[in-house]
Design a protein. Structure first.
Length: 321
């Protein structure tokens, strides 16, 4: 009898330890928390007329009334939802999950296309690794790993339209209208001082990170800079955050260190992750400066960035002479 109790305690301890392990995909949740999130999400989808079941690796897939996986239909990734509930008390999870699924189209149908596309269609940057590979192939690449998807507001969320035919427009017009509407958005700007270098933190909408596509407008209207001679260092870690440092002096190295920390943290923890990398931008050309694909930050050699740094250092030496 005593031995049986000891075995039970050891098994319970192992189960507890396994349950406390962080989930490899649905960060920042533990395995036990993911189990609860999955139950809430499956109940919420069924209650709204589009039953779904967890695929075991971070998403819900549609099933028929008999519980058998259905062909086609909408899938629902749980990464953003995991990050949302991860910052909430347990008793608020059910309401947050319900609100998330309330934003989806009834019956899991494709997102509705607004009538006034001229004023409601945007382009949105999306991490290609987070969407169906077939969808990614339908839309252009901005930089390696990031795609430009037509998107519209759908209540409090954003719907992406990978079925371009449903929009009734050629890509040339989609691109023109999407960029024009991105340019109309306004940014909220805060500055972080990094040992003399300023990093601008821009926010204000679900499309703020996508304003990287119209960086010239962001520089001119939000940061009051035009054609910076040495270029900029830019990061777009999450959908509602854009980081910009306008290069002026050698303190750029401190800005890069801080931006790297902010970008990797926000990409890992915030809903709507876009990219963990930082980029050098000059003359409308984008060059990836850091690589976080292995979970550690590696600095890439970018000749144009190196040339800009040499010019900055030369000017700094001349000023001291």
């Amino acid at each position: 009898m005593s031995a049986g109790r000891k075995v039970k305690r050891r098994v319970s301890g192992k189960q507890c330890k396994d349950g406390d392990r962080l989930h490899p995909v649905l960060v920042p949740l533990t395995m036990t928390q993911v189990d609860r999130l999955v139950r809430l999400a499956e109940d919420a989808s069924s209650a709204r007329g589009f039953p779904m079941r967890y695929d075991g690796s971070g998403a819900l897939l549609p099933v028929g009334d008999d519980g058998v996986p259905a062909d086609g239909g909408m899938s629902a990734g749980l990464v953003n939802l995991a990050r949302t509930v991860g910052g909430l008390p347990r008793q608020q999870w059910r309401a947050a999950v319900s609100a998330h699924f309330d934003q989806m189209a009834p019956g899991g149908a494709p997102p509705a296309v607004p009538e006034d596309l001229d004023n409601e269609l945007y382009l949105r940057l999306v991490d290609a690794s987070t969407i169906n590979p077939e969808w990614a192939e339908r839309v252009p690449e901005f930089v390696p790993g990031l795609r430009m998807a037509p998107a519209t507001y759908a209540g409090r969320s954003v719907a992406m339209h990978f079925d371009l035919d449903s929009l009734g427009l050629p890509w040339h017009d989609i691109n023109r209208i999407g960029l024009a509407n991105l340019r109309r958005l306004k940014d909220t700007v805060e500055y972080v001082d990094c040992q003399g270098a300023q990093v601008a933190m821009l926010s204000g909408s679900m499309f703020t990170a996508s304003r990287a596509l119209v960086l010239d407008t962001v520089l001119r209207e939000s940061l009051h800079v035009e054609n910076p001679p040495f270029g900029c260092v830019v990061a777009m870690p999450a959908r509602d955050l854009l980081l910009v440092h306008v290069m002026r002096d050698p303190a750029v190295v401190y800005a890069m260190l801080e931006m790297t920390k902010m970008a990797t943290r926000c990409y890992s923890e915030s809903p709507g992750a876009v990219s963990p990398h930082i980029y050098y931008v000059t003359d409308n050309e984008w060059h990836q400066l850091t690589d976080y694909s292995t979970g550690a930050v590696d600095l890439r050699r970018v000749p144009r960035f190196s040339a800009a740094m040499h010019r900055i250092e030369a000017e700094a030496r001349a000023d001291l002479a």
